[in-house]
Write a protein that binds this ligand. Structure first.
Ligand SMILES: [Zn+2]
Length: 83
């Protein structure tokens, strides 16, 4: 795989619409359950936030997408139906 192919394959990791919906639904529920202060504390997550990490794992069938909260909770956002 040359650099151009590598850039096309790995250079644009984004959430699809279904993954974005799953993320919003999970994050809302997770914050309500694990971080209720996050809705009222303007400094929750620190001055520049950064409370989440996303991972993208390309496979031969599709891309596995996960979101992880700073507390360690993780949720699989993968749109397996599109594989
Ligand atoms: Zn959390």
């Amino acid at each position: 795989m040359d650099d151009k192919e590598r850039a096309e394959r790995y250079g644009r990791f984004r959430l699809g619409e279904d993954e974005a919906r799953r993320h919003r639904e999970w994050l809302d529920a997770h914050r309500r359950e694990a971080h209720p202060d996050s809705f009222t504390d303007p400094f929750w997550g620190g001055a520049i936030a950064g409370t989440e990490t996303f991972s993208f794992t390309p496979t031969g069938l599709g891309c596995i997408v996960k979101a992880r909260c700073f507390c360690g909770a993780e949720h699989d956002l993968t749109d397996y139906e599109s594989w």
